[in-house]
Design a protein around this ligand. Sequence first.
Ligand code: FES
Length: 148
Amino acid sequence: MPEKPDRRAALKRPRPPRRKRGASDGGGSVRYLVGRTADLKAGASIKFLMPVRGADEECFVINFRGRFHAYVNRCRHVPMAMDWVDNQFFAEEGRYLMCQTHNAYYEPGSGECIVGPPDACGKMLYRVPLEIEAGTIYARPPTEEFED
Ligand code: FES
């Protein structure tokens, strides 16, 4: 006599793990809570750590003229933190970002080095993708490989 199909088998199948609201886009890329837009006034910055390809990378988010941008805190001249004074990235009254080691200047909106050591000029800071939802800033690890 053939066995009866177990009608409850379908109910026993493991369910996919629940996603925490705001923790993932559903495509497998994790995003990280950085802060609240209300805490980041124009000309201000916040530093945060985020895993990038298995290692914690220091990053920073800025409010440049009302728009939010984030970059890995890694100068394109020498791969070291740009803020000799902690969390001080803006220079020239908030017009540029500056690496305080050898005074490389970067455009805040694009991350392009426009003045500084010749081997840094023209290079871009590594952009960190941001998402802003209901006044909360989330960051995703950059997908591009670091050249240095
Ligand atoms: S390390 Fe940034 S300008 Fe030299």
